[in-house]
Write a protein of this length. Structure first.
Length: 387
């Protein structure tokens, strides 16, 4: 059947493709530049039309079930009664198509719906799963209007920015609900990795700020009144690392968590995600963090009973050494740069104790400088003890 459909489509559209290639060939014969852009785009659009017809034929073949009793109500799990079909349009990554969908109603609770739409994975606006995925991916990496332009240019998907926003938020809501269920199952012991012992599981967490629209910042105390407003988001990541044949470490699958809630919510999320990845069976948990107190103190506590190694990321101690040098020798001075770079080299080589001793030997002038360097030293010593 599919072969026949393809042959019919190719035959029907063959003239269009031949016309494109003929025009391109004529340009080259006249000595003009043989740019493939027009031909390439034309062939792609033709292929999308062929694909849409094939998809439409496939959907047509899936008729409403002959035995309505085989359809169960999602609300009460009782048999549903078929009430005929209704015409509708399905929106896919290949284009929109018209189809007939069977309507069924529960004999007991009266709930009605379109079982085929559920089977196909359509959302309430009858967007296909592939379209939802493509649109939501674009909507997470670019502003909605820009994502609309990109989808039209790259994917030949004409879609308004408002629809990009709606689909992205719907997919995001479902992803959040899925993540919560997965984390709850992990904490209940219903999900916990592959069951194979893990030598080392890596866990990262951090906080950052993201630009928000005013309606996206629900807490009025966090609003700045400007055009662009920011809100803190706390994120986490969990992954394994393996060693290849050459002895080089290779990162594995990385899964993420994210929340606008407080530090405790972030730590719960990260800990449950780690558990779902098999932290209970891991021989060692390696925590990669910055120097934030909320992380350095609380995250290791989420893995009590496990061998935990806490690693302070390079960026933050490197920046702190620069700040210490500035307080000690003056901002921008040659002596400050030399001192900071020397201590960074020691730190990079793992000579942490030498760095701490160098800070201890400093004799800063002024109460502010003394307080800053003392606080920095105390923080470094505490983290050194925790690592």
């Amino acid at each position: 059947m599919l072969k026949t459909v393809l042959e019919e489509m190719v035959a029907a559209q063959c003239g269009e493709v031949e016309k494109l290639t003929k025009v391109w060939g004529e340009k080259r014969s006249k000595g003009e530049r043989g740019d493939l852009a027009e031909v390439e785009i034309g062939i792609r659009e033709w292929a999308l039309r062929v694909g849409l017809v094939v998809l439409e034929r496939l959907v047509e073949q899936i008729a409403a079930p002959d035995a309505p009793s085989a359809i169960q109500c999602a609300a009460c799990e009782r048999p549903m009664r078929s009430e005929g079909t209704k015409a509708a349009r399905m929106h896919t990554s290949l284009g929109s198509l018209k189809y007939e969908r069977g309507y069924a109603r529960c004999r007991d609770c009266g709930t009605g719906g379109f079982p085929q739409d559920i089977e196909f994975g359509l959302d309430e606006q009858r967007n296909s799963p592939a379209l939802q995925r493509m649109v939501s991916l674009a909507g997470t990496v670019a502003p909605f209007e820009k994502a609309s332009d990109l989808l039209g240019e790259i994917g030949s998907i004409p879609i308004a920015g408002t629809k990009v926003e709606r689909i992205t938020e719907q997919v995001g809501t479902r992803a959040e609900e899925w993540q919560k269920r997965r984390q709850q199952q992990a904490m209940a012991g219903l999900e916990g990795g592959s069951g194979k012992p893990i030598d080392r599981l890596y866990v990262e967490a951090d906080g950052t700020t993201v630009p928000m629209r005013v309606e996206g910042v629900r807490d009025k105390n966090q609003r700045t009144g400007g055009k662009v407003e920011y809100k803190e988001v706390k994120i986490g990541a969990v992954f394994e690392a393996t060693v290849d044949e050459a002895g080089q470490p290779q990162g594995g699958l990385k899964t993420y968590t994210g929340t606008f809630e407080d530090a405790e919510a972030c730590i719960r999320q990260v800990a449950s995600e780690a558990k779902s990845r098999g932290s209970s069976d891991a021989k060692e948990i390696v925590l990669l963090m910055d120097g934030g107190v909320w992380l350095w103190k609380r995250l290791p506590e989420a893995f009590q009973g496990k061998r935990v190694t806490a690693i302070l990321d390079w960026c933050h101690p490197s920046e702190r050494l620069g700040e210490i040098a500035k307080w000690m020798y003056g901002e921008g001075s040659t002596k400050a740069k030399v001192w900071a770079n020397q201590k960074r080299d020691l730190l990079f080589d793992g000579r942490v104790q030498d760095v701490l001793r160098a800070i201890e030997r400093l004799n800063p002038q002024g109460k502010e400088a003394q307080a800053f360097i003392r606080k920095s030293l105390e923080s470094c010593v505490a983290k050194r003890a925790k690592a």
